[in-house]
Design a protein around this ligand. Structure first.
Ligand SMILES: Nc1ncnc2c1ncn2[C@@H]1O[C@H](COP(=O)(O)OP(=O)(O)O)[C@@H](O)[C@H]1O
Ligand SMILES: [Mg+2]
Length: 366
């Protein structure tokens, strides 16, 4: 049956498509994309303390991937919530923190399950994002609609059995490296389309699919951590992203879709590399400034915490057993007086912000 956007697309074909995915245009872009991704991987390999330097990048990725789904939070709300161990915070900020947790959970599951990405992994990811027990859709009625007009643009496959079958096919395509000789970055583009077209969950498909992208690059050893800041590009080109997903379904326009994803990976690999380098340089700079400002009470733990949680609080240092309340107060006040941290009052709380780090994270230069 020909595709009809109003009917469940139970005829969604399995991967790989018959299209020519290795034409000159794609291969040329692929070469540069592979090089830039390789540079990012190499940089992460050389970092003295990768977790410390890239933790906030995960948070930025979580923020932008959620923003694509209209879950919008300001940097202030998000980083305050990150500091508060989620006791306070807007619902949106909490959902963004869930996203980061889901990324970590998926990564852990992949490690525990022989590096495989399974249907069960996808389900756990969406459950952490949504904070519920949702599973594969088992009731009819899911359709993607134009947010403005309410017009149906795509109706995904229907029936739990059908959806599970398609996910099993996708699982095999993801985990079986011999089945097609396609380059893994091209495969990632195919996988992302297929996952979104199956749309296995009632909600959270966009975010789960974008988490899978990063995990797949790690599975394929193209990255060591799922650090690629891909959603910033997708968020900036959201309408093209939506349009090209449709064009694959409606016109088998795989070429433009693959080019779009390659461009996204290429540009964000460079952006992520630039950001990590800037964060690394800032760490060296702040280490010197902290030593100068705090003298003999300089603490490497404090420097680390300033990168892990760019919005600090006196209580946080005390609660973490890093210093007594009074010492923590002295440290943070001295750093604020020296202009190294900037204070922000919110209700009864005062936050001490690593503003130079925030500047790096929020800039969109490459
Ligand atoms: N025409 C389409 N065909 C397939 N998938 C689509 C199409 N248009 C959008 N999508 C995907 O659907 C996602 C939104 O689905 P949804 O389940 O609401 O995700 P989330 O809850 O993470 O918001 C988009 O981010 C996109 O990846
Ligand atoms: Mg949604």
């Amino acid at each position: 049956m020909p595709f009809n956007r109003n009917n469940p697309y139970n005829d969604l074909p399995p991967l790989p498509p018959k299209a020519d995915l290795e034409n000159a245009g794609i291969l040329k872009l692929l070469a540069s994309t592979s090089r830039n991704l390789g540079e990012l991987k190499g940089l992460c390999l050389s970092l003295p303390d990768p977790a410390l330097l890239i933790n906030t990048i995960y948070l930025q990725e979580s923020k932008d991937s959620s923003a694509i789904e209209n879950i919008v939070t300001t940097q202030d709300e998000l980083y305050r919530a990150a500091t508060e161990d989620d006791s306070i915070g807007t619902p949106e900020a909490k959902e963004v923190l869930n996203y980061r947790e889901a990324l970590f959970r998926g990564w852990k599951l992949m490690n525990e399950r022989q590096n495989l990405l399974l249907t069960s992994t996808m389900t756990e990811i969406v459950q952490v994002i949504k904070g519920n027990n949702a599973g594969i859709r088992n009731t009819p009625g899911t359709a993607l609609k134009n947010a403005m007009t309410g017009e149906v643009i795509y109706t995904p496959p229907e029936g739990e059995e059908v959806i599970r079958e398609k996910l099993t096919g996708l699982e095999q395509f993801i985990n079986d490296s011999d089945r097609s000789r396609l380059d893994p970055i091209i495969k990632m583009a195919l996988i992302h389309y297929q996952f979104e077209a199956i749309h296995p969950f009632a909600d959270g498909n966009g975010r789960t699919g974008r988490i899978l992208n990063g995990l797949y690059l790690v599975q394929q050893s193209l990255l060591l951590q799922p650090v690629l800041y891909l959603s910033s590009y997708i968020a900036q080109h959201k309408s093209i992203y939506y349009q090209l997903l449709r064009e694959v379904t409606e016109k088998e326009n795989w070429h433009d879709w693959v080019m779009f994803i390659l461009t996204a990976v290429n540009e964000t690999a460079q952006l992520t590399t630039a950001k990590i380098k800037a964060v690394l340089a800032l760490k060296t700079e702040l280490e010197m400034e902290l030593k100068h400002t705090l003298g003999s009470s300089y603490s490497y733990e404090l420097l680390k915490l300033m990168f892990e949680l760019p919005y600090l609080k006196i209580e946080l240092l005390a609660n973490r057993g890093m210093a007594h309340r009074q010492t923590a107060t002295t440290w943070l006040k001295k750093l604020a007086d020296a202009g190294i941290l900037v204070t922000q009052k919110k209700g009864r709380n005062t936050y001490y912000i690593n503003h130079k780090l925030m500047n790096i994270l929020t800039n969109n230069w490459v």
